[in-house]
Design a protein around this ligand. Structure first.
Ligand SMILES: [Zn+2]
Length: 296
């Protein structure tokens, strides 16, 4: 079995504040990268202990946050910026299962430390088919689009709770509890790593015994994004031909899950040619915004 670990940073024990820890300009960003890499290495060890043959680590946090030289010698690393959605997503589809390390809760969860959805500066919330979703459900649905299950998550308690609600069968482990968006009660770095090592092994054993189903929601799909500013809503409406729902909300609809997660409208849009869509999708502005959105 081959497993892909997708990383984020806000759910790592000790990485507590957006400004100081999770933004590359933060005064503790270097520490955050080491803490993340330590948790990732623990996850790799736990997977190898269960006989997993190959582990790909996808460096998922905004500007990239894995300390290359400190990464486990048996892990492969997908990293580099700028990166497009496709470049980040398609390698994941070559693996048998996906695990999340360092994940946070969706935007608007009070006790979720550094809670946000995709773009902490601009997104108020995202809803898929009228249900609020966060990054955990998004990753699970992307993997599920190719029948691959999300089997494990580590992060704060709120992220774990959200994962268990959104991804039936997932195995979760909390390394901290959010008190607010910039305050946490955390396990030590050492204790967090030990817990992740043990629990991801448990997740693999459990998945072998009773496989976690890939997350697949019934089609058709409608993704609504509520932006914090009308300017972002304007941009998404015009650049991606989104449907303007209200002053701050833009929607994307399609029968295909990957279309809406890539911000492409396919259903009820017969007025627009496939040719236009391709040129729009491949435009530099699209790529830039896709990068901004996927990785913060
Ligand atoms: Zn994130």
């Amino acid at each position: 079995m081959k497993i892909c670990i997708v990383t984020d940073i806000e759910g790592v024990a000790g990485v507590v504040s957006h400004a100081d820890h999770s933004f590359p300009t933060g005064k503790y960003y270097g520490d955050s990268k080491r803490l993340l890499t330590g948790e990732v290495n623990a996850a790799v060890e736990g997977l190898l202990a269960e006989g997993i043959e190959e582990v790909l680590v996808i460096d998922g946090h905004g500007p990239g946050a894995i300390q290359f030289e400190e990464l486990h010698p048996r892990a492969l690393l997908l990293h580099g910026r700028p990166i497009t959605y496709r470049q980040m997503v398609e390698p994941m589809w070559e693996y048998d299962a996906v695990a999340l390390v360092g994940q946070h809760a969706r935007a608007g969860v009070r006790y979720g430390n550094q809670n946000h959805t995709m773009d902490s500066a601009n997104v108020d919330w995202m809803k898929l088919n009228d249900r609020l979703i966060g990054e955990t459900a998004i990753v699970a649905l992307i993997a599920g689009a190719r029948h691959i299950p999300l089997i494990f998550l580590s992060g704060d308690e709120a992220a774990c709770e959200e994962a268990r609600e959104d991804v039936p069968g997932i195995w979760t482990v909390a390394v901290k509890k959010g008190i607010s968006t910039n305050v946490e009660i955390a396990l030590s770095a050492q204790a967090s790593r030990e817990k992740i090592r043990e629990e991801i092994s448990g997740a693999v054993r459990s998945h072998r015994e009773k496989p976690v189903p890939p997350l697949q929601w019934p089609s058709p799909y409608r993704l609504e994004i509520r932006w914090k500013s009308t300017q972002q809503a304007d941009l998404f409406e015009h650049q991606w031909d989104g449907e303007r729902v209200d002053d701050q909300t833009v929607a994307f609809s399609s029968a295909e899950i990957m279309d809406v997660l890539f911000y492409r409208n396919r259903s009820g849009r017969s007025d627009r040619s496939e040719c236009n869509e391709v040129s729009q999708r491949d435009s530099p502005l699209f790529r830039k915004a896709a990068v901004d959105l996927v990785v913060r």
